[in-house]
Design a protein around this ligand. Structure first.
Ligand SMILES: [Zn+2]
Length: 344
């Protein structure tokens, strides 16, 4: 089978790899129909040291089940399913608490011998706990929005929950990538009154407004902090969604939280420590977040996608074939595309 392999920064190849196959009785073997390139895939695309063996890629995909192991009960051959960006058993203490990313028997795609989503087929461990059956056909018009449930929509939702978004709240979203845009959708869905987005790309800002952003701040750093304060009676925002992960964006996020507010961090931190701890300490700002338990949110968000209440699939502005995946990385890295879908 063919799959995406990254050998180092800027070096993405489509190659023949060993065929995915059933190994454990809890596995499913699936054929990928839709995948995508994640903003987090751009970190290794920019920084990865060259390796001889390469690294499989992809953790967001929709697929058709080809076969299941003897112990699999909830999915069967022929089902169209969505996979969240981490696999999990669905039964351990953390899964029962809704924190599937900390599953005691789970793990991540595209590492430790597990296939990646940017390829033709995948062995899915813990298939019962991981996969969710979709009640549509694989050519349904909702496919882009359903695909976002594997990561970006769940991640935006997680940021909003960690930032304690609710009715009447003032929300600021730091970052205008796909996750930030989904954060706007999540904030509106949870009843936020004012949604300020920090960003400067015209196409992304336009989409943010359609998703429910009420104000745009295109300044950066201290100027952005000042502008958000102006927009919030000088207080700052109740809820701040940090959807980037850089030190500067984290400083900005913490600096625009209102006293007693909360910051939900979902951008993969590019620094070891949380900056500006004194300000957040004296302002009683709650700092939360982490990798989203996307599996837990699929069932919460799926009805809204099926009803068309939310349309997170609009973050996809380019579709490529598997062969074109290397160019998809380039396009996302150069900010030519917000998010790239891979249609297999
Ligand atoms: Zn678990």
């Amino acid at each position: 089978m063919r799959a995406t392999v990254m050998y180092g920064a800027g070096d993405v190849r489509i190659e023949n790899v060993p065929d995915a196959r059933l190994i454990d009785p809890t596995d499913a073997l699936v054929t990928v129909t839709h995948a995508c390139i994640c903003g987090s895939d751009l970190w290794p695309y920019n920084q990865m040291e060259h390796t001889e063996t390469g690294q499989r890629m992809g953790h967001e995909f929709i697929c058709v089940v080809d076969a299941v192991g003897a112990d699999v009960r909830t999915v069967k051959a022929g089902d169209l399913v969505v996979a969240p960006f981490a696999w999990s058993d669905g039964t351990c203490v953390f899964c029962q608490e809704g924190l599937h990313t900390s599953c005691l028997h789970g793990g991540w795609w595209a590492r430790d011998g597990i296939d990646g989503g940017q390829g033709e087929a995948v062995r899915v461990p813990q298939a019962d706990g991981t996969l969710v059956v979709l009640p549509v056909g694989k050519d349904d018009a909702l496919m882009p929005s359903l695909l976002t449930l594997s990561d970006v929509m769940g991640t935006g939702h997680h940021a909003a929950l960690a930032a304690r978004v609710g009715p009447g709240k003032t929300v600021t979203v730091v970052g205008d990538g796909a996750v930030g845009l989904c954060g706007v959708i999540a904030a509106k869905r949870l009843g936020a009154e004012q949604i300020i987005i920090l960003g400067r790309h015209p196409d992304r800002i336009a989409l943010a407004k359609e998703f429910g952003a009420t104000d745009v701040v295109s300044e950066r750093g201290g100027d952005a902090v000042e502008r958000v304060r102006e927009l919030t009676n000088g207080f700052g925002a109740h809820s701040v969604l940090e959807c980037v992960g850089y030190e500067q964006s984290t400083v900005t996020a913490l600096s625009i939280a209102r006293p007693g507010g909360a910051v939900g961090r979902v951008g993969l931190p590019q620094q070891e420590s949380i900056p500006t701890t004194l300000t957040s300490f004296f302002d009683n700002v709650t700092i939360g977040g982490g990798p989203a338990p996307a599996r837990a949110y699929i069932e919460q968000l799926l009805p809204d996608v099926l009803e068309g209440t939310i349309e997170p699939g609009r973050v996809f502005d380019r579709v490529v074939s598997l062969d074109e995946v290397p160019d998809g990385y380039r396009a996302m890295n150069e900010r030519e595309a917000i998010k790239v879908m891979v249609h297999l």
